[in-house]
Design a protein. Structure first.
Length: 328
C-alpha cells in the first residue's frame, strides 16, 4: 500500500512511523512537506521516540511537489485546521481514481454533515471551509473519518515523541462498515494501533470535541494545565456550561453524548497536569485551531436555533487573545 502523509508533524509522524516500522515492505511511505520538515525527512528519514524509550527511524520519500509522489492508495491529512485550505489543492493533485483520504484532525471537519441525516444534513460550515475550497478539492466520498486518541509532540522537524495512546477510530461519513474502512482498520491493527470501526463516526468526533473544545481554548487563555482548570470552581463551572450547550446541540443533530460534564471531568482528571495542543501552539507561536473546535459549534447552534452564550464568550475571548498575539 502506498501511503502519503500530508502534515508530518506530531500526529502524522506518529502514524507514519508506526506503520513504517511495524509493516516494513508492506507499505511505501511518502510525505508532502516543506521547509525544515522536508529537509529533515530527506536527511534522516522519519524519526520517533517511542514510549518504551526505543528510538526508531523509517525511510520516507519526501517532496514539496505532489507530482513527485505519484498517486497513493491512502492520503493521511494531519495538518492543523488553519493550514488545510492552503494544502487542499495539493491533496487534490495526489488523488488517483481509487485514492482514499484519512482525515486525522481535531474538531468538526468540512465533510461532517455529508451522510448525517437531521436538521443540518448537507450543511457546509463557513467557519471550517469558507468559500468551499476544501470540499471542492477533497470530495466527502473519498474521506475516511477518524478520531485519534494519542498524545504526541514534535520537538524538532522530522522527529516525533510519542507520549501515550494508540487509539484510532475509523468511519465512513455515510455510515455503516464499508469494506475499505474495515480493511484499513485491520491493516492498522497489525501496525500496532488500537484501531476500531465506528458505524457513525460523526458521533465519535462530536464526543471528542465535547471534551476538548473547552480545555483547549481555556488553557490557551490562561496558560494552565487541565488539572488546574478543573481545580478552579469558577472556571470548572464555566467549562460545564459550555459542555451543556454543545451537548444540547449534539442531541439535536443526531450525535448524543450520553455522558454528563462531571463524568467527563473525571476522565480528564486522570490525565493529570496535561498541556493541551492549543496551549502548546500558543507557546510555539503557531496559529490556533479555533474555527474547527469552537466557531463551528457556534455556527451549528445558529443554524438550528440554539443559543450558545457561554460558547460565544469563550470563542470571543480566545479569538481576541489570538489576534493580539498574531496567532489567528
Amino acid at each position: 500500500m502506498k501511503i502519503c502523509i500530508v502534515g508530518a508533524g506530531a500526529i502524522g509522524g506518529w502514524f507514519a512511523a508506526h506503520v513504517g516500522h511495524q509493516l516494513g515492505s508492506e507499505v511505501q511511505l511518502s510525505a508532502l512537506a516543506r521547509g525544515a520538515t522536508l529537509d529533515a525527512l530527506r536527511a534522516h528519514g522519519l524519526r520517533m521516540d517511542k514510549t518504551s524509550g526505543e528510538h526508531i527511524s523509517v525511510p520516507i520519500l519526501a517532496s514539496d511537489k505532489p507530482e513527485d509522489l505519484g498517486q497513493p492508495d491512502l492520503v493521511v491529512i494531519a495538518v492543523k485546521g488553519p493550514a488545510l485550505a492552503a494544502v487542499a489543492p495539493a491533496v487534490k493533485a495526489l488523488l488517483g481514481p481509487q485514492t482514499r483520504v484519512l482525515v486525522a484532525m481535531n474538531g468538526v471537519p468540512w465533510w461532517f454533515f455529508n451522510g448525517l441525516q437531521g436538521p443540518c444534513q448537507g450543511l457546509q460550515l463557513r467557519s471550517v471551509d469558507p468559500g468551499g475550497v476544501i470540499a471542492a478539492s477533497i470530495p466527502a466520498e473519498r474521506v475516511i473519518g477518524s478520531v485519534v486518541h494519542a498524545s504526541c509532540s514534535s520537538p524538532e522537524p522530522g522527529l516525533v515523541k510519542h507520549v501515550m495512546g494508540m487509539g484510532l477510530i475509523l468511519g465512513d461519513p455515510a455510515g455503516g462498515r464499508p469494506a475499505h474502512v474495515t480493511e484499513l482498520a485491520d491493516l492498522l491493527g497489525r501496525a500496532g494501533f488500537n484501531a476500531t470501526v465506528s458505524e457513525r463516526i460523526q458521533k465519535d468526533i462530536w464526543y471528542k470535541l465535547w471534551g476538548n473544545m473547552t480545555m483547549n481554548p481555556i488553557s490557551a487563555l490562561t496558560g494552565a494545565t487541565c488539572d488546574r482548570i478543573l481545580d478552579d470552581d469558577l472556571v470548572c463551572g464555566f467549562v460545564t456550561a459550555v459542555m451543556l450547550e454543545a451537548g444540547a446541540i449534539g442531541e439535536r443533530i443526531g450525535c448524543p453524548v450520553g455522558q454528563t460534564p462531571q463524568e467527563r471531568h473525571a476522565v480528564t482528571r486522570k490525565l493529570g497536569a496535561f498541556k493541551t495542543s492549543m496551549l502548546q501552539d500558543v507557546e510555539a507561536g503557531r496559529p490556533l485551531e479555533l474555527d474547527a473546535l469552537v466557531a463551528s459549534v457556534r455556527e451549528i447552534g445558529q443554524h438550528i436555533g440554539l443559543a450558545t452564550p457561554y460558547t460565544d464568550a469563550m470563542l470571543g475571548l480566545t479569538r481576541l487573545m489570538a489576534q493580539t498575539r498574531g496567532l489567528l
